[in-house]
Design a binder for this molecule. Structure first.
Ligand SMILES: CC(C)(COP(=O)(O)OP(=O)(O)OC[C@H]1O[C@@H](n2cnc3c(N)ncnc32)[C@H](O)[C@@H]1OP(=O)(O)O)[C@@H](O)C(=O)NCCC(=O)NCCS
Length: 166
């Protein structure tokens, strides 16, 4: 069983340290070590996390199991002023994957989105990440593929997925 709590600014280091454990397991075979470290710094430095929370309206949820923090979710309502919620991050510690928790997190995001009169959930996933199949199983569909230039010669090779709530 998991419990979810909204992260405060003071709890952002928890998310940072979980990312440092989960990212190598998730992307170690997909990204070079330098790209992985570059992206971790870009998305999970405390300055970047603080900006996401306080300026960009990302809501951070910490997931715990038996009192231990095991993952996180972040989402943004009304992305680009549309009635769409973007899931920015959904990460569970490898030791807790495959236990139905990811499905619970999608159900939670869906509930919040519906309460806020959103018409869809959207997210980006690396094309080569196995999570892609997890999302398809949850009913997401491919909108488009997009390569995003993130500087230093690095690209994010993403698929944009969407789940209609209408
Ligand atoms: C992706 C992730 C959130 C999924 O959560 P999870 O708890 O492992 O998945 P669940 O146990 O809830 O699986 C739900 C269903 O999806 C299926 N599923 C899970 N991973 C799958 C995969 N890689 N391929 C196909 N189906 C998959 C399960 O079999 C299950 O099916 P069922 O409902 O018929 O039993 C989790 O594995 C994770 O954190 N992965 C690493 C980080 C990551 O890649 N995050 C996404 C970044 S965009």
């Amino acid at each position: 069983m998991i419990s979810l709590r909204k992260a405060t600014i003071k709890e952002l280091p928890i998310i940072q340290s979980l990312a440092k454990e989960i990212w190598p397991a998730t992307f170690g075979q997909i990204l070079s070590k330098t790209q992985l470290e570059y992206m971790l710094d870009m998305m999970y430095s405390l300055a970047s996390l603080k900006k996401q929370l306080s300026e960009l309206n990302h809501v951070f949820i910490i997931v715990s199991e038996a009192g231990k923090d095991i993952g996180y979710l972040s989402y943004e309502l009304n992305v680009k002023n549309e009635s769409i919620t973007k899931i920015h991050k959904i990460y569970l510690h490898p030791s807790t994957q495959g236990k139905g928790y990811g499905k619970e997190l999608i159900a939670y995001a869906k509930k919040i989105a519906i309460e806020n009169k959103q018409r869809a959930l959207t997210l980006n996933v690396n094309k080569y990440n196995k999570a892609y199949n997890f999302y398809l199983k949850q009913g997401f569909v491919l909108v488009k593929n997009e390569d995003i230039d993130i500087g230093q010669g690095f690209l994010m090779e993403d698929a944009v997925l969407s789940l209609s709530l209408a």
